[in-house]
Ligand binder design. Structure first.
Ligand code: KG4
Ligand code: ZN
Length: 363
């Protein structure tokens, strides 16, 4: 039987020499599709962002008041190829110039993860270059280290729509000291915004509205937790609900505090709790640096208040640039580059893992 033209071309294709173990990748592609963003980025030598293209499906979820997984994965399927080509174009390189592919392996939405992982695996196979699966939460932390190298030891605060963790990082190895026992802090922002009828996503809206409210108008009870570095945000969400609605009748309350005051008080409470936890962890671990990552790191009150309080105690506080706070491919490329340099590789059997965890620490 005659082989097809395509198969013939593949046979003739010159084999690319594998990257020598001693050589660092020059061009790393980062692929991120863990939730509602589809992003590809090219970074050079692990530090310089040449391109970071993000296509968000947020506008498609707004009317549902939250991310609809099926819509998010379909959006990624539609967008991934053009986002990839745009990233190459902006970086002014060809696909054949790439040395390494890093892709979000998890945690995230299963359908969305599979789009990125399948795309990255096919590309790595075709280009005959190494592939590294990356933990999305670890990548959020390293989004801080494009400008300046990471401190050797630090306490990391990870605050996103799906996770809230306090971590301890030592020589690029990340351990979880504590995490939320229920809702993530970003999720609490989104749910409170929904209760107040402010739309989705809630974080940026509450952040803005809080500037017009009194942060001491409503006093919320701090949750009592067994784990010293654990957090909980589902109670405060319910407390907000019962501020505006009668728990018995479900009807709106006539004399509820204003939305501005509720937003400001909610924000003052959750940010205050997080700051207390992270300062406690920093003191416990004897570090001098506190690094913040995840979508909620864009929050202006967190930036200001943690900056003051930790600064007054002599800590250096790191926040990523706003453009790298929410999900993006550049942070995936950077974490993949770091892991590759440590000798970590993924095989083509690698698959997306919606519940991928960071190693649990000893507290
Ligand atoms: O890290 P991210 O982009 O996606 C996940 O990995 O989950 O985080 C998204 C979350 C959303 O819950 C959103 O409401 C929140 O980050 N967020 C904010 C702000 N900007 C985004 N929360 C508080 N203040 C903000 N300015
Ligand atoms: Zn994220």
């Amino acid at each position: 039987m005659k082989s097809s033209g395509k198969a013939e071309r593949r046979k003739k294709k010159k084999k690319r020499a594998p990257l020598p173990v001693s050589r660092s990748p020059v061009y790393t592609l980062g692929v991120e599709t863990s939730c509602d963003e589809t992003s590809c980025a090219v970074i050079k030598n692990g530090t310089e962002i040449l391109s970071n293209v993000v296509s968000s499906s947020l506008f498609r979820h707004k009317k549902f008041g939250g991310v609809v997984p099926e819509i998010a994965s379909r959006h990624s399927m539609e967008q991934i190829r053009c986002v990839f080509h745009e990233a190459l174009e902006e970086a002014k390189i060809k696909a054949s110039d790439l040395d390494l592919i890093a892709v979000t392996q998890g945690p995230g939405l299963i359908g969305s993860l599979f789009v990125g992982v399948s795309f990255a695996k096919a590309l790595a196979y075709e280009l005959e270059i190494p592939l590294v699966g990356v933990n999305h939460m670890e990548a959020h932390l390293v989004s801080n280290f494009f400008e300046k190298p990471a401190p050797k030891r630090y306490v990391g605060l990870l605050v996103s729509g799906g996770h809230t963790m306090i971590t301890f990082c030592h020589h690029q190895t990340i351990k979880v000291l504590g995490e939320t026992i229920d809702d993530a802090v970003g999720e609490a922002y989104d749910k409170v915004a929904k209760i107040l009828g402010l739309g989705y996503p809630g974080g940026p809206v509450i952040d803005a509205l809080s500037k017009k409210g009194d942060p001491r108008a409503v006093l919320f009870t701090r949750p009592k937790l067994q784990g010293r570095f654990d957090t909980s945000f589902s109670g405060i969400k319910t407390a907000v609900l019962y501020l505006v609605k009668d728990p018995k009748t479900g009807r709106p309350k006539a004399h509820a505090p204003s939305k501005e005051d509720i937003a400001a008080s909610f924000q003052h409470a959750v940010i205050g709790w997080l700051i207390d936890k992270v300062l406690d962890a920093a003191e416990d671990r004897g570090v001098s640096d506190i690094v913040v990552g995840g979508g909620v790191s864009a929050n202006s009150y967190l930036r200001k208040k943690l900056g003051w309080e930790a600064g007054a105690r002599g800590y250096q506080v790191w926040f990523p640039p706003i453009s790298l706070s929410t999900d993006n491919g550049a942070m995936i490329a950077k974490r993949g580059y770091e892991l590759y340099k440590k000798g970590i590789r993924s095989t083509l059997n690698m698959t997306g893992d919606p519940a991928l965890t960071i190693n649990k620490g000893n507290g």
